[in-house]
Design a protein. Structure first.
Length: 318
């Protein structure tokens, strides 16, 4: 019954995408992914290869965010491309891609949250910052982040195997939304609670750090000017955090609204495509450019790397 439901709704969703030409959402997916992939590898190499950046905890966390985002973008592009052409993906490959997407997305959100915590620690205890968060401890924290991010998708994979069994037919659309909806009511409630608790904890931690950062620094005068660097940085980071969290909330609403009796649910397909092809990609597209523009050390390092490459290419051409 569960397997037939998944196959039927997958065929139905592909039919809607094909008849309404919604496969054109592949275009913004390719564009946003390409724009991000132009900068993320260069920025990651700069952080990992230059000791001045590699010894900073905040830049190690940023490198982890960029790496998780690159994995997410690659898997998301492959999934959107397969769904656009109606490629019947083997269930094992589909499950691997869904688990990888959830893990990399969770890793990005957790890392971005810890970047806020890192800023709070640096401002709250500036003299003890190197002692509290040295690079060696930051590397252990990053490893722990990946373990935490893997807990939810691995649990979902086990639930899929229990509910649907190992022998599952291939389907033209591979979506986490459809797979989660096939679970029993109690399991779906558990998934909802997991995501709600995780998002609530991250949001509460971010708000706590930002509020205390304002209290600590309000007497320093950095907030007096309407267009001060502190205000603009806070605004940029707040928008970036919102863009990371909004797709998860949209996904939770989608799962709550999806019904088993769905029939030609064009709105549901459209919302899912907008979320998957645009909303989830926007923060990953903005992150590298934001940090290049706002952090002088990163900007100068990237400029140095690009200038060296250009200089070497000119010398070889001569």
């Amino acid at each position: 019954m569960t397997q037939s439901f998944i196959v039927n709704i997958s065929v139905e969703w592909y039919s809607i995408m094909d008849t309404r030409h919604l496969d054109l959402f592949l275009i913004p997916t390719v564009l946003l992914t390409s724009v991000t992939m132009l900068v993320n590898p260069v920025l990651s190499i700069c952080i990992l290869c230059f000791p001045s950046l590699r010894q900073e905890t905040r830049y190690l966390l940023l490198a982890n965010t960029l790496f998780a985002d690159m994995l997410f973008l690659t898997i998301n592009l492959a999934m959107v491309s397969c769904n656009s052409v109606g490629l019947h993906m083997p269930h094992s490959l589909c499950e691997f891609m869904m688990v990888s997407m959830v893990m990399t997305y969770s890793c990005s959100v957790i890392t971005v949250t810890l970047m806020v915590v890192d800023t709070y620690v640096a401002v709250r205890w500036p003299l003890r910052y190197k002692e509290i968060l040295p690079p060696s401890r930051a590397k252990k924290i990053i490893m722990s982040i990946w373990v935490m991010a893997a807990v939810c998708p691995v649990s979902l994979l086990v639930m899929f195997q229990v509910v649907m069994g190992r022998s599952q037919p291939s389907r033209p659309v591979c979506l986490m939304l459809i797979a989660l909806h096939s679970l029993e009511v109690k399991m779906k409630v558990g998934v909802h609670l997991y995501f709600i608790i995780a998002i609530s904890l991250c949001t509460a931690l971010i708000l706590y750090c930002y509020i205390h950062l304002y209290i600590i620094t309000k007497t320093s005068g950095i907030w007096r000017s309407r267009y001060s660097r502190a205000r603009m940085t806070l605004l940029a980071h707040t928008l970036l955090l919102m863009m990371y969290f909004v797709p998860a909330l949209v996904f939770a609403v989608e799962l709550a609204l999806l019904k088993r009796e769905t029939n030609n649910d064009v709105v549901g397909v459209l919302i899912d495509l907008v979320n998957m092809c645009i909303l989830m990609l926007l923060p990953r597209c903005c992150t590298p450019y934001l940090y290049i523009l706002r952090y002088r050390e990163i900007y100068e390092t990237v400029q140095q790397v690009l200038w060296k490459k250009r200089h070497q290419s000119q010398r070889s051409a001569a």
